[in-house]
Design a binder for this molecule. Sequence first.
Ligand code: ADP
Ligand code: MG
Ligand code: MG
Length: 874
Amino acid sequence: KKYVYNFREGNAQMRKLLGGKGANLAEMTKIGLPVPMGFTITTEACLNYYEEGEKISEDILSQIFQALEELEKEMGKKLGDPKDPLLVSVRSGAAISMPGMMDTILNLGLNDESVKGLAEKTGNERFAYDSYRRFIQMFGNVVMEVPHEKFEEIISEVKKKKNATYDTELDAEDWKEVIEGYKKLIREETGRDFPQDPKEQLLMAVEAVFKSWNNQRAKVYRRINKIPDDLGTAVNVQAMVFGNKGNDSGTGVAFTRNPSTGEKEVYGEFLMNAQGEDVVAGIRTPQDIKQLKEVMPEVYEQFINVCNLLEKHYRDMQDIEFTIENGKLYMLQTRSGKRTAQAAVKVAVDMVKEGLITKEEAILRVPAGQVETLLHRRIDPNAKVQPIAKGLPASPGAACGRVVFDPDEAEALGNNGEKIILVRTETTPDDIHGIVAAQGVLTSRGGMTSHAAVVARGMGKPCVSGCESIRIDYEKQEFKVGQITVKKGDIISIDGSTGEVMLGQVPLIDPELSEEFNQILAWADEIRKLKVRANADTPSDAQKALEFGAEGIGLCRTEHMFMAQDRLPVVQQMIMAETKEEREEALSKILPMQQKDFEGIFQAMEGLPVTVRLLDPPLHEFLPNEEELIVEIMELKAKGPSKELEEKQEILKKVRALSEMNPMLGLRGCRLGLLYPEIYTMQVRAILTAACNLAKKGVKVLPEIEIPLVGHEAELRILREAVEKTAEDVFEEEGIKVHYLIGTMIELPRACLTADKIANYADFFSFGTNDLTQTTFGFSRDDAEGKILPHYIENKILSDSPFIVLDRDGVGLLMKMAVEKGRSVKPDLLIGICGEHGGEPSSVEFCHMIGLDFVSCSPFRVPIARLAAAQAQL
Ligand code: ADP
Ligand code: MG
Ligand code: MG
């Protein structure tokens, strides 16, 4: 089996085998770009390494050495040659890019002898020893696992002695001193010497890259991004080119378009006289790529040409790594660039206009799950904000929260629901769990392509980086800007679109959809068949839903109308009623209130369907909490007898009478309608009177009356008759008839299993997948989300929470069955979904697959659902 490929043998299609980096290095070689030569050890070799119990097999070893021999021949140099050594980089690269998660080693092949050869051959002693110390440092850290800081400490000491601020101020002699310090450090830390044999170095490095597939941060990254654990990483061994050879050398990273806004402009950074990692690590703050035009005009022009060529070739925005050696440009990596949702939308629309991609491709280029960030709040432009500092606008959006300096603490607080801003001098991949838990990230060092910026953009979190005016003191847990001191726990706001940092909480406003986003959504609307409705309980929600493109209301929960402050007393009176008459009297007070609500909603949704669900929750939810009542009663008792005391005691009795072992499975939904028919009668009256009133004014209304929690067709049969009876009464009183539907929420397994019988009494079905998931899994949502599901996901028992991503195999199967059974009786049965899954892209896709007519979700998720519905179609 072939485990090693020369760059000339591969291409971009082979990313599964060669990893993304290797496949694209091969592709760039193929299209004639200047790529240093090298070879790729496949992901299969990595899997084999693990199968063999963490051992590189003989076969693979011999293929590696053969490839090395060929490379040496082509380069005319030998690895570790004491006169003129070949140096290589050993680079990780998985099939799915995991930036910065695994390890790379540069300048491999140097040792005490070959460093002299390098110095002599290049006539640049400083360069040679700088390269050597970098190699020892990376190798010592990655392969021999000596902490990074310990190396930095040694450099700091030498710098201090020399009174130097930047690495570039150190000369060859200084580096020699650093190297001695490093070697001693490694001996002390690991009990063995830094290896001098280049072949041994190479094999140790390859092995370390294989191992890095399973390091902690790579695992966390895969879990967050849902990347399978069994792909393995490839290893690229590539001849070195040097950006640290002097002032006509340098290194940089750049995007072919702005990854934050999507603007068509090269965007990135470079550092002169530096090597790869320096730019991303945020050690010195780099220069804007556009300045390269002044520094080296010819290289800049060549670089822009390469950018254009790569975009045309890949038909997507690229993220490029390059190095300049003595004025010559080399390409070291290209991949499609990670971008914010805002940029994804703009790039996709622009590329359609440029004729690079089709509308369909554009729709598929925008991750539906990510556009939620476009619907996030931003700082009110009319608010007076006083920035205390300004950094780089590294990832857009606004965030407010308490300052936390430590990623572990950030994780703990964030998981507790605290809103926090993680403040660091710079972030490393080891901080990723802290970033996940934070609202936003603020760093004092590093550029727009620094680790913090890349990771934050990937997660859609606001980030301000390179905010150099803040001085962080981890010891004291505070940072200073000018005269101001901000301590741990203080609230700050950051604006990742402008780079501004503010004290305290600033006012945020709702977002508007950009022109480009509306364009994508308009294309999506042309394509999709699945309709998108919104869950809305008030006229203002309904208005919002319309603005976001909803085509109706799929769920209007009437209980929210009961909760309003001024209504609760009447609702409680209704619940406290001893007799039917008393209850009807209370209900008659609620009726005009509900009727007014419905008129508002129907008016807002003129001409579009509105599904109104009759009362669903257990009645005790409208009564005060038992423990609080007891406390109040004790207090009243102490003051002696009173009317208020009697009333409270009555309420307590009722609360106790209504209390259930398991309210989720208790007296709720249609069971309420069957035990207390007058409640549903009042609601139907309110709905239909409202509809008649509007119809009289010429407003077109399409009410759909929905009966919740039906598990047996007899429940629906009885309630349907009751609804029809009330409707007749109302139409007679009003002297006008309106068209309306009666249907049911499908949210119990039994309803799915007997959907053919239930369909006899239903004009429509709407899946209530929140309850259906609870009852199918036997999970009580409130309990499961606290302890059980986090454990399940952590341990990969489940890949996602079934309350977020619809469980296709179980809950989905029941849905599919219900659709088939229902339509076997009524081929045109209208079927939708109104659980929270209705706005989650993968669930929307599933709904499309099983032939639903609509999904319904919260107004803010409507654009996501429109996009996801179109993607499901493609
Ligand atoms: P990552 O996946 O973390 O980006 P890379 O393998 O891309 O790691 O290496 C990081 C950086 O190291 C590159 O961007 C480049 O600047 C530098 N580098 C890697 N290989 C070489 C090489 N052969 N010559 C010069 N620099 C290199
Ligand atoms: Mg890279
Ligand atoms: Mg329900």
